[in-house]
Design a protein around this ligand. Structure first.
Ligand code: MG
Length: 372
């Protein structure tokens, strides 16, 4: 039984060590929304909403998520009883269209709270099995080719198990060619376009087949499964969908249409853990490998992602870089670290396995709201 009695929503600001640029824009500072749920016994669970400042990755933003949580989601869950955290997903989905990241922030906090209340690791509550999770790096678009090559080399030396390059028209073939040449033919390499290409770019995208990429992620528009299906038939490289998979139903659509062969599962994008697990299970039944993507989360969102990525069908390295890649100081203790390209799942601790640095969060808070 889960009875949520209090919800606190806050916004903190975290400065990125270096700006992160993708095809649709760059991030310099992260405005991070944190959700803190409390139950009748005073047990606390944390959630993070990784929506961007602008609607470039998804239609949601920090500000729309704040509004949705404050106005519609919080009043729906505070004071309610649930048999299990999985019950929040149908309730929230039934009442609220869209606003996946806003819903997920609360839903995932409810899972974390439940894990702490039952004194079990979140990974266990979710059905995880892996003790360590392989980690890949996502390299943003660089101003100069030599910068990209040296970052890729450095990432390889640091032990990352897969190197992903963000690409866009005009920053694609030459970048991939240079990195492939430098790293050698056996380095696991992939690319992510974040929807920057059009079906008219098919010939250009076919040229990528010669670089032996593990996948090309979301080449076409964020909401377009049909044209991805047409494109996949013309490419040897597996298409991985990220932005397009917003629910278990969209994952099923991908399989029916043949729009891709791999899924990047981000729990925030699909409305939380319940939907993420459903996608994981469905993909496993259809021999589709999945991996866990990142959205420049703080240590709290990363903790959720690490727990999810411990599930068995997360076969490919996730975007789970250590805290020190992004932040001078994270908001959790211990910070997330990587050893030989692997992140250790904290099976020895309850909840998501790291402690939230409440004092630091207080210092970084720019606004907050509590219910009741
Ligand atoms: Mg992506």
């Amino acid at each position: 039984m889960l009875r949520i009695t209090h919800l606190t929503l806050r916004e903190i600001r975290l400065t990125l060590k270096e700006p992160f640029r993708i095809s649709s824009g760059a991030a310099h500072e992260r405005r991070v929304l944190l959700v803190e749920l409390r139950d009748a016994d005073g047990v606390v669970g944390w959630g993070e909403c990784p929506a961007g400042e602008t609607p470039h990755y998804s239609p949601e933003t920090v500000d729309t998520a704040w509004l949705a949580i404050q106005r519609w989601i919080a009043p729906l869950v505070v004071g309610q009883r649930y048999d299990a955290p999985a019950d929040l997903y149908p309730t929230l989905r039934g009442a609220i269209r869209g606003h996946h990241m806003a819903r997920a922030a609360v839903e995932m906090a409810a899972w974390e709270l439940t894990a702490r209340a039952r004194d079990v690791p979140l990974a266990q509550l979710l059905g995880g099995t892996r003790e360590r999770v392989a980690t890949g790096i996502s390299l943003g678009i660089q101003a100069r080719l030599d910068q990209l090559v040296s970052k890729a080399q450095q990432a390889r030396q640091e032990g990352y198990r897969r190197i992903k390059l963000k690409i866009k028209p005009g920053a694609d073939i030459a970048c991939i060619e240079a990195v492939r040449q430098t790293l050698g033919s056996d380095a696991p390499l992939s690319v992510d376009a974040n929807g920057a290409y059009a079906p008219s770019d098919t010939e250009l995208l076919q040229q990528l087949d010669s670089f032996d990429l593990a996948m090309i992620e979301q080449p076409l528009a964020f909401d377009d499964l049909v044209r991805h299906a047409v494109l996949q038939r013309k490419l040897a490289t597996p298409v991985c969908l990220d932005e397009s998979i917003t629910s278990p139903e969209r994952a099923a659509d991908m399989v029916i249409l043949g729009s891709g062969k791999i899924i990047n599962v981000k729990p925030a994008r699909v409305g939380g853990f319940t939907a993420a697990r459903a996608i994981h299970d469905f993909a496993a039944q259809h021999d589709i490998p999945v991996w866990c993507g990142g959205l420049l989360e703080s240590g709290i969102g990363r903790a959720h992602n690490v727990a999810l990525a411990s599930l068995p069908n997360f076969q490919l390295p996730g975007d789970l870089s250590p805290s020190s890649r992004y932040w001078d100081r994270d908001i959790v203790r211990p910070e997330w670290t990587m050893d030989d390209g692997m992140v250790t799942v904290p099976w020895d601790k309850p909840g998501f396995g790291v402690e939230v640095d409440r004092e630091r969060i207080e210092q970084l808070t720019v606004r907050s709201m509590s219910l009741p």
